[in-house]
Design a protein around this ligand. Sequence first.
Ligand SMILES: [Zn+2]
Length: 246
Amino acid sequence: MRRAARGARRRRPVSSTLGVTSAAPTMKIEFDLLQNAQDSIERAIELVAWGDEQPEPRKLKQAIQAVAHGVELLLKERLRRVHPCLIWENVDKYPSLTARTVSAEQAMARLSTIGGLDFARDDLELIQSLRATRNAIEHLAWTATKQEADSIVGKALEFALHFSKSELDYDFIGYHTRKDDTLNALLSANEALAGSLAKRAFPPNRPECDQPQTCSFCRARSVDPVSNTCKLCGHWNADREDDISF
Ligand SMILES: [Zn+2]
């Protein structure tokens, strides 16, 4: 199956039904930790991919808030799977809803020391910058260039997609995002996201013969030269193409 033609009119995907169990006034609104994280990451994906008809500064501001919230909750969900009390800053306060829970950085530190996870220095620094940016947005004033904002949103979203898939067994960019063109829209809209995805799939310093090829489906430079499979979208590339890559 071929992707939709580039330049085709962009559509918004159907809104998520996460947390909705019925439409009556007495309906119960329910998000568990993972669903709450998924909802925020999906919101960030919608904003980046489809723009939501928002002016650029508003779109980027909301995308940073959504991705920062989602990343924090994904990290907490992973911590919960080690032990639920680890989500609380002071573990003795578990499960008080009024006591403070850990920040994204504290969650990463606990996941490293207690959970045995290994985070790359780039990822630790990225999450620090994300928190600083989100703090500025939520508590102070926020100034950035579009390029800076795109970069932090793209990199943070890539971290969220990677962490969710590798640590929580949940794939935000599975088959459905290829079918409805969301993956393509995401990659076209945000260069930092496309670059980070390719960098994670194919770390630098591989030998020349091992360099990734361009995917004929999603157009990212992510096709493993040995298996001919795209690490990004999963498409099997029968014939390699030398199209323009991201
Ligand atoms: Zn692909």
